[in-house]
Design a protein around this ligand. Structure first.
Ligand SMILES: [Mn+2]
Length: 319
């Protein structure tokens, strides 16, 4: 049997979900299944390419819902899971008992592991540590910004690599290692360490760049690094630099897209009062109440700045 696992690409929770689901499938459904992976990204209107669900069994994890009849298993926790009219009704009417969504879950990985454990007898075994860290990372449940920015923990080093790595085959090797090896062993592999080191160097540069460009006013940090072609700066840097801020808005760009990132400071003493997914949705974006994003095409920095300024204005006025 061929199992196709589609997961949220370049995301620790997405890859951890793919690894966890694979272990479940091999353990409880078909130990001989041939597994194929494909990462999905929020780009443009339709992120589902023709022929995507090409397995005998198909799963989508930590990503948007599709009404495609070839979808067999579904797990997600994004508030914005249902994008097309009729998607949510279709999901709710599903008779398979294999499609699950919980927008309150901190991570898709832990949500899925809990469902698979209680309903399908799944035993995570050595993957407990991975599941635990997926929940900490995706739920931004770090004890402080320092831990999230200094990146000493193996899980956080692996997260940094996953968010930046562009070689699909290498990401798929990580998913396979995640099923067998402790995180400390994965990051100690010479081929992994060699890819992490330059990223840590770039990360240290990002901290300096954001330190120079960010301005904090009325509890809202804003910066624009869209001229740098770095769209994956660690999202906790602003909270490390400005511990008293509540929100962080920034514009960044890569060769393929321009991005407006909306974040809230998980360690802020003043509680968050805005739903960032709802604000992002007004501009065609999505995400979670605590962190969201809007993707535009490459070369749209000017429009991105205008949108970001509008959002900064909304947040600053209401402090
Ligand atoms: Mn997730």
């Amino acid at each position: 049997m061929r199992l196709k696992v589609c997961y949220h690409d370049n995301c620790f929770d997405g890859l951890a979900s793919a690894a966890t689901f694979t272990r479940f499938f091999l353990q409880k459904v078909d130990p001989k299944a041939e597994v194929e992976y494909e990462g999905l990204a929020y780009r443009g209107k339709n992120p589902f390419r023709e022929g995507l669900l090409s397995g005998d069994v198909n799963a989508i994890l930590d990503f948007r819902y599709t009404r495609d009849p070839k979808l067999d298993w579904y797990f997600d926790h994004h508030v914005s899971a249902f994008q097309e009219p009729g998607d949510e009704e279709h999901f709710r009417a599903d008779p398979s008992g294999q499609k699950f969504w919980n927008p309150e879950a901190k991570s898709c990985t832990k949500f899925m592991a809990d469902v698979l454990r209680t309903r399908f007898g799944f035993e995570p075994g050595p993957m407990e540590q991975l599941i635990h860290w997926a929940d900490i990372i995706d739920g931004a449940q770090f004890p402080d910004a320092k831990m999230a920015v200094e990146l000493e923990e193996p899980a956080l080093r692996l997260m940094t690599l996953i968010e930046a790595e562009r070689e699909t085959a290498f990401l798929h090797r990580i998913i396979r290692w995640m099923q067998e090896e402790p995180l400390a062993e994965i990051v100690a592999r010479p081929e992994v360490a060699a890819r992490i080191e330059p990223l840590l160097e770039a990360h240290r540069e990002n901290v300096e760049l954001i330190r120079q460009r960010a301005e904090c006013e009325n509890g809202v940090v804003y910066f624009d690094i869209s001229d740098q072609l770095r769209d994956n700066a660690n999202k906790f840097i602003p909270y490390h630099l400005f511990p008293d801020c509540r929100y962080s808005i920034n514009v960044s760009a890569s060769g393929t897209r321009t991005k407006i990132s909306l974040g809230s400071n998980p360690w802020s003493k003043v509680p968050r009062t805005h739903d960032l997914a709802a604000i992002a949705a007004r501009y065609g974006g999505g995400g979670h109440a605590v962190v969201a994003a809007i993707s535009l095409d490459a070369g749209e920095a000017e429009r991105a700045r205008a949108i970001a300024r509008e959002i900064v204005g909304i947040l600053r006025r209401s402090q």
